[in-house]
Design a binder for this molecule. Sequence first.
Ligand code: CU
Length: 174
Amino acid sequence: MKKDCLYLLIIFVLTACGQGSTNQDDQQDTTIKTEAIDPRSIPGIDKVPITDSICLQANDDMHFDKELFKIKSNQKIVLRLKNVGSQRGMPMSHNVVILQKDTDIATFAEEARSAKAKDYIPSKFASSIIANTKQVSAGKSDETTFTIPKAGVYTFICSFPGHWGSMQGQIIVE
Ligand SMILES: [Cu+2]
């Protein structure tokens, strides 16, 4: 009789543990939003030189002129954006926002859409932003500096509504 009870207890504990770990896995799936990208898997990365200045141009076709950069960790980097779009017709403004590795880009961009008064920089996501330039209109430019302490692959986008899909690139930090 005693033995039976012990078996039952063991079965119960095993089942409980099993369920526990399943729940934990489910939770992990929803918390991790973006998988860590292996820098070696990025095409053309070998040919990108290490730089200490990220200089971008943005145009009316909603594209940056460059989309891949390589920098060193813990080094002061200059971030510069020039809007080379037309100053006639319907002028378009752009910015550059460098995001933390684990940022859900689509959610960030959606939040930015409603932050017009803040230059499309959503205050709710302040901790996800490593650096950003101002929104610059055609013919204008803006500059800032930043440092990234941790190696990895970081994404930058233009947070003007509807631009991030085509206006994005990656910074590989070594
Ligand atoms: Cu833009």
